[in-house]
Design a protein around this ligand. Structure first.
Ligand code: ARG
Ligand code: ZN
Length: 862
């Protein structure tokens, strides 16, 4: 059944301290736990109820006295003890089986390591606990294991002591002095090597930073270690937040369901977000590593020091931390490029989620399975809402609000109301309407109409706000939306006179609060040209009618780099989605791209972003019914046409950038590779027979260059493709992360026949259903990034994915549920696709054993 936000009750029993002793062994680990329990005096007479999922209970005693069968009850999910009537100490011993744990939740084995993943509700698979974020004990964790198999023993907090135990075993004791909920518990044990660095924090604390990996991978941890250092310094500078333990440990794991986890003092990562060198990681990998490292580090304040009252508040830590990590990347690198990256993700994926069968508010008011709410909406839209607040109040007031939030809630389990209260106090604003962003699902749409009266010179902008219905939410209220605007006169000058308005307007920004607003300028000398939503400050869909000439003028007038990119996306969209002026839009787009390619003063990475047309998902989001083949076909045609127009410029930029692109991780070097690879792709498209991609593949000394070349060879079915793939496979066969890269390329070959390749890989030794990265590389890429394969007319793509969802559900329900999410927009696919999709989903009914899978399937079909 559902858990409802409205049903929240504070715990009747608190856990003040947790003392755990692990006897670690992959096949059978025993966990002894001593919990200091204290009743809430306001709620006497309540039993102690603790979560414990599938635990083998070996011993149980209360205050030193063994409990008999009538003293407690355990049904495999919950342990209940009749009200002891006073503060007491509960001692239990349980046995668990890490090597049989394919869910990768709780304590599990990855390679020869033993690791944990507890968020959201994995701790209850380790031992008994009030497994809810508002129960925050202090912890003492003792790890014991065979020294040769498990030489390194890590847990949360600070190391206290270690010693040999005789018999080939040893022990390490850790203490976490900060009140910490069980979802942030972690241990890691095994043969680990590290890179390390000691620094002194701004507050004067000496901290040892370590990044750990299996011994052969240690050298590839250096970049991640630098990223930890940069994150720590950035949080000191930008948010005034210091680090609060003597050590900060990070561990890389090859088997990990999500990206990474912010466990207190012991972050555990999917190895793909740690391991990198130029020979095995692309520039995009480096940037992603830095941003995920920052994300997890920054959680130490937004999530750990201030944690969540309940899981409905998930975006309180995730949206806020995405906002913070995005600011980190923007401060360190190009703000415009980061914005483009984020907006692509929003438009391509989050908007689709918000418009599909799985749409939900950033703060849901009920859920069946919390694991299904680690979504783009909670994370990315949640971060956009914080950005809206930041835009409304400005950096200084925002910082004051954050300081207040951290001060008022430090060591506590907070709610979004606490967050809003801190910002309301700091800004003096009433944030009641702003709070609707958290309650309402669906992407708001702004339709803007411009009217000009030539006789009077009166110009009005009428702005209508509308949020479409979403599952369970037929009616929507207007949101508080900051809309940036600019007006250009005939000479390209900006009109700075503020309009008369029925909304607060300041410095080129209107605060929209009602379903309709009108902005009016009087006595203008000619019809101005308006521009909107600079930097995509409002995460909305905009409808503005522009002629192609206007778009072309704007593309040259706008100084905001993001908006210039956005105008090109708009031109491409008009060219693709059959606007009346499609041909004119194509021509204009081509002209602007020509200028850009000739502009050697523009950041080459920015030019590369401009060459990248809106992707399939982004386009699909803008049509009522998605005709997959037609959409892909039109997009390919446009690319062919544009590439033809630009061929000489592409060649010349490709050649000119060769030297800078040859190696190194500085901005200009990465930028050069980005544009070179964009050029290579367009040139190979024009002439797959040409040996350009083959030559780049052979000469490459970075993974960025090598992988881009391999992609061109495979996706344009160039003559050297097979040989290159074989060489690549062979060279990196012992590296699972690089293996995932070629597998993803095979799975995304834009052809219906890619299905057969995917099936062949699943029948080969490359397939590993228990490894989430491998599943994502093969099936995730196929379902999410190969429209022609997944949406095959015969439904074979849907059947393959659905069948795999059923078998993965029994292995790792979260991985299976993610994959099932690829069907979220199925109701908008054209009839020939909708039918087979529905059948594939219907065939899953009764075949999914996990709550995750069942919840998702029900919402998809519901
Ligand atoms: N808190 C982690 C992060 O954002 C993600 C944990 C996801 N866990 C899950 N069971 N879905 O950094
Ligand atoms: Zn997070």
């Amino acid at each position: 059944g559902f858990v409802h936000l409205a049903d929240y009750r504070a715990p009747a029993w608190r856990v003040l301290h947790a003392g755990l002793v692990f006897e670690l062994d992959p096949a059978a680990t025993t966990v002894e736990s001593v919990l200091s329990l204290e009743p809430d005096p306001a709620r006497p007479g309540q039993p102690v109820t603790l979560d414990g999922e599938g635990l083998e209970l070996l011993a149980i005693e209360l205050d030193g006295r063994a409990l008999g069968g009538d003293g407690y009850a355990y049904d495999g999910h919950q342990l209940t003890i009749l009200d002891p009537g006073r503060a007491c100490e509960l001692r239990t011993r349980v046995r668990i089986h890490p090597d049989a744990n394919t869910r990768l939740e709780g304590l599990y084995q990855s390679g020869r390591l033993l690791l944990t993943q507890c968020e959201a509700q994995g701790f209850r698979r380790i031992t008994f606990m009030a497994d809810r974020p508002d129960v925050m004990p202090r912890w003492r964790i003792t790890l014991r294991a065979a020294r040769d198999a498990f030489p390194v023993l890590l847990a949360n907090g600070n190391p206290v002591s270690s010693r040999g135990l005789g018999d080939g075993r040893h022990e390490a004791v850790w203490e976490n002095p900060h009140p910490t909920p069980a979802y942030l518990f972690a241990i890691a044990a095994g043969e680990l090597g590290r890179v390390t660095k000691t620094l002194r924090t701004a507050e004067g604390r000496e901290v040892e930073l370590n990044v750990w990996a299996e011994p052969g991978d240690v050298e590839r941890c250096r970049y991640a270690l630098g990223a930890v250092d940069r994150s720590l310094r950035w949080d000191e500078r930008r948010f005034g937040r210091g680090y609060d333990l003597d050590v900060f440990n990070v561990v890389a794991a090859q088997d990990f369901t999500m990206g990474a986890m912010e466990n207190k003092g012991l972050n555990i990562f999917n190895a793909r977000y740690i391991l990198a060198d130029e020979a095995t990681a692309t520039d995009a990998d480096f940037l992603a590593i830095e941003s995920v490292v920052a994300h997890e580090y920054l959680h130490n304040w937004s999530g750990n020091r201030v944690t969540l009252r309940d899981w409905f508040q998930l975006s309180l830590k995730e949206g806020l931390t995405v906002f913070r990590d995005t600011e980190f990347s923007s401060d360190l690198h190009s703000r415009a490029l980061k914005r483009i990256e984020v907006v692509r993700l929003l438009r391509g994926r989050q908007f689709a989620e918000d418009a599909g069968a799985l749409a939900h508010p950033v703060r849901p008011d009920r859920y069946k399975e919390i694991s299904n709410f680690y979504t783009l909406t909670i994370y990315e839209k949640g971060a956009e809402i914080i950005r809206v607040l930041h835009t409304l109040v400005g950096e200084d007031t925002f910082r004051a609000g954050m300081d207040r939030y951290f001060a008022d809630n430090d060591g506590k389990a907070a709610t979004l109301e606490d967050f809003l209260a801190a910002h309301a106090a700091a800004s003096g604003r009433d944030l009641a309407q702003f709070a609707r962003w958290y309650a309402q699902a669906g992407t708001p749409e702004l339709a803007i109409r411009a009217d000009f009266d030539a006789a009077s010179g009166d110009y009005t902008l009428t702005i209508d706000q509308h949020t479409p219905a979403t599952p369970g939410q037929p009616e929507k209220q207007p949101l508080l939306i900051p809309l940036r605007f600019a007006l250009y006169d005939a000479d390209g000058g900006e009109i700075t006179t503020p309009p008369e308005a029925d909304a607060v307007v300041r410095e080129g920004m209107a605060e929209l609060t009602a379903a309709r607003h009108v902005l009016r300028w009087r006595g203008l000398r000619g019809r101005p040209l308006p521009a909107f939503n600079h930097g995509f400050a409002a995460p909305v869909k905009l409808q503005v009618d522009y002629s192609v000439d206007e778009l072309a003028r704007l593309a040259r007038l706008e100084r905001d780099a993001f908006n210039r990119w956005d105008l090109l996306q708009r031109l491409a969209t008009d060219a693709l989605l059959g606007a009346a002026h499609a041909e004119a839009a194509t021509q204009t787009l081509s002209d602007v791209l020509a200028d850009l390619l000739e502009d050697t003063s523009a950041d080459p990475a920015f030019v590369a972003e401009c060459l990248a047309l809106p992707d399939f998902d982004t386009l699909a989001e803008q049509v009522d019914e998605v005709d997959v083949e037609a959409l892909v076909g039109r997009r390919e045609e446009l690319l062919d046409r544009l590439a033809e127009d630009q061929v000489e410029r592409l060649q010349s930029r490709y050649e000119a950038l060769a030297d800078v692109a040859a190696g190194g991780l500085d901005g200009p070097e990465m930028s050069a590779r980005a544009l070179r690879n964009a050029c290579l792709s367009w040139l190979t498209r024009l002439d797959p027979q040409a040996a350009l991609a083959e030559a780049q593949f052979a000469a490459a000394n970075t993974m960025t260059a090598r992988l881009a070349a391999l992609r061109c060879l495979l996706h344009f079915q160039a003559p050297g493709a097979e040989a290159a793939l074989a060489a690549f496979q062979q060279q990196f066969r012992h590296d699972p992360l690089v293996t995932d890269k070629w597998i993803a390329l095979v799975a995304t070959r834009p052809h219906p026949e890619a299905l057969a390749d995917v099936e062949a890989l699943m029948a080969s030794n490359w397939w590993k259903a228990t490894n989430p990265n491998r599943v994502r590389a093969l099936l995730g890429s196929f379902a999410r990034s190969n429209p022609l394969g997944f949406h095959r007319r015969d439904g074979a793509g849907y059947r393959l994915v659905a069948t795999q969802v059923a078998s993965l559900d029994a292995i790792n329900p979260q991985v299976a549920a993610r994959l099932l999410g690829a069907f979220e927009s199925w109701r908008r696919w054209t009839a020939p696709h909708r039918g087979p999709a529905r059948e594939a989903l219907a065939a899953l009914e009764g075949k999914l054993g996990s709550p995750d899978g069942r919840d998702l399937l029900e919402r998809l079909l519901g």
